[in-house]
Design a protein around this ligand. Structure first.
Ligand SMILES: Cc1cc2nc3c(=O)[nH]c(=O)nc-3n(C[C@H](O)[C@H](O)[C@H](O)COP(=O)(O)OP(=O)(O)OC[C@H]3O[C@@H](n4cnc5c(N)ncnc54)[C@H](O)[C@@H]3O)c2cc1C
Length: 221
């Protein structure tokens, strides 16, 4: 199926990431963490499909996407960054990606945070945030998507790590075994990982070595 949906609003949430509020097609039903393939409804772009996760909840009257723009790719996200309210997107079927299966540790790299936005917002609605923790890695602090909202939702359980900047109240370095041991005391719980491929491979390997059970590690590629 294809749905043409109008953009209602756009705004920057960081220097390179934009929030798109988009009309929600009727009977378009999704779960937190799910995604669709999206195109821009403009000549020569309508068949260029890219996957993006809904950062809104199914109960919301509109759809929201949180999209990092890569001007250097000369691709779809660069064009998305140039769109205005009134421009149209093509939305497609919804597919299952990461989904919540109980409290645990969410580990995200950069724009890999997007499925966790909807999952945490859903848990907030249900008053079930307790017992969850977020470890969120970025290059520098200004890259962090929705830092304030994650702090409000999770308090001390939102931990931000920067790989290319040293700053008070942020961890510095990479998410490796030492870092995981410092912040996690139970490796038998659920883990959710989303980010660039190498990030996922490295974090998964570290978790394996620390005793996490393969069936408890949910991965989004
Ligand atoms: C299930 C899923 C859900 C996702 N959800 C989100 C989301 O909600 N928000 C979000 O921001 N992202 C999300 N992503 C990632 C998102 O799909 C990509 O960022 C997006 O497809 C990039 O599209 P693009 O056309 O701009 O660039 P690409 O398709 O990545 O690249 C276009 C071209 O640019 C060139 N290129 C690639 N990398 C580079 C580089 N480093 N430097 C220079 N040129 C390069 C290549 O020639 C490539 O063909 C998701 C991905 C998946 C798999």
């Amino acid at each position: 199926m294809q749905y043409i949906s109008k953009i209602l609003m756009t705004e920057f949430v960081t220097h390179d990431t934009k929030r798109f509020v988009v009309e929600k097609p009727e009977n378009y039903i999704f779960k937190p963490g799910q995604a669709t393939e999206l195109s821009i409804n403009k000549s020569s772009w309508e068949n260029k499909k890219r996957p993006f996760t809904f950062s809104s909840l199914n109960e919301d009257k509109v759809l929201e996407f949180t999209i990092k723009i890569y001007p250097e790719h000369n691709g779809v996200t660069e064009q998305l960054g140039k769109l205005y309210p009134g421009d149209q997107l093509i939305l497609r079927d919804i597919w299952g990606t990461i989904s919540y299966k109980g409290p645990g540790v969410f580990i995200a790299g950069g724009a890999g945070i997007t499925p966790f936005i909807a999952i945490f917002r859903d848990l907030r609605e249900k008053n079930q945030l307790q017992g969850n923790k977020l470890l969120f890695s970025n290059k520098i602090s200004k890259d962090i998507i929705l830092e304030k909202e994650f702090k409000e939702m999770l308090g001390e359980n939102a931990i931000f790590i920067l790989t290319r900047e040293k700053k008070n109240s942020y961890e510095h370095g990479r998410i490796n075994k030492e870092f995981l041991q410092k912040h996690i005391n139970d490796f038998s719980q659920n883990f959710y990982i989303c980010g660039p491929m190498q990030f996922i491979v490295d974090v998964k390997k570290a978790l394996d070595e620390l005793g996490a059970k393969p069936e408890s590690v949910v991965i989004e590629m």
